[in-house]
Design a protein around this ligand. Sequence first.
Ligand code: PMP
Length: 290
Amino acid sequence: MSSVLDNIGNTPLVRLNRLPASEGIQCEVLAKCEFFNAGGSVKDRIGLRMVEDAERRGILKPGDVLIEPTSGNTGIGMALAAAVKGYRCIIVMPEKMSMEKESHISVAKRLMEEIPNAHILDQYRNASNPLAHYDGTAEEILQACEDKVDMVVLGAGTGGTLTGLARKFRERCPNCKVIGVDPAGSTLAEPSEINKTDVTGYEVEGTGYDFIPTVLDRKFVDKWYKSSGATMYIALQAMKDFGLKKGQRCVVIFADSVRNYMTKFLSDDWMSQRNFLAHDPRVGVAGTWW
Ligand code: PMP
């Protein structure tokens, strides 16, 4: 490998056996494990692609500053590309992951005006974002599956993964159902009535917004589900709802892993403070503390 950037893309597609079987699901379920990318998420692909496309267009000079508003994963991917290629990088994140994008996007714009030789590549509007998935993520899945996929399930943040992947799937396996997952409290899903809720915030990060990013093309989605759980949870539900059978195949995109959320979803205290634990795991069967 000539640099760590070669370790972005070509992620493993892993068959899930026990979990679908435990739900009575008989079709093949494959997880595209994007947490194996060098920076740990699907967004490494666009961090690299946006930087390299800007280089090809002659926009970047050595030492320039890349500023990017992000819920985090794009920031990691971009910082990785910047570090290897010799750019400086400023990542602007919302303090919380819910409903505060206006602030992080406007802070990024203010910084760009203040700092010389700074650029916002802008994952919300940059065509390199969906293209990274059209050329990479989708192509890898279709090659591995010989163009036979009956359902693909994925979350949407900027929608770049969804748009790029779905566009290529429509060309190569047009009958594949595209299932979008949108947290309760976000407004990306359609029809818009399903977004009505009293929920004003959600704890999952990286998916959901209160504006529609330019790179999200919602015409590709066959059905949206609202859930503040995970993409796998909705995949199980959608495979049942659509009656996927033995011999059919569902691909689920695992955008990152719980290693990014050790102090949240892996913390019993954090989980129980929010009443997310059906049973407090610290309480043994006889009701005693472990
Ligand atoms: N899941 C996670 C954990 C993410 O960080 C992101 C990116 N924000 C996504 C899903 C959605 O990716 P996209 O921006 O391509 O819609």
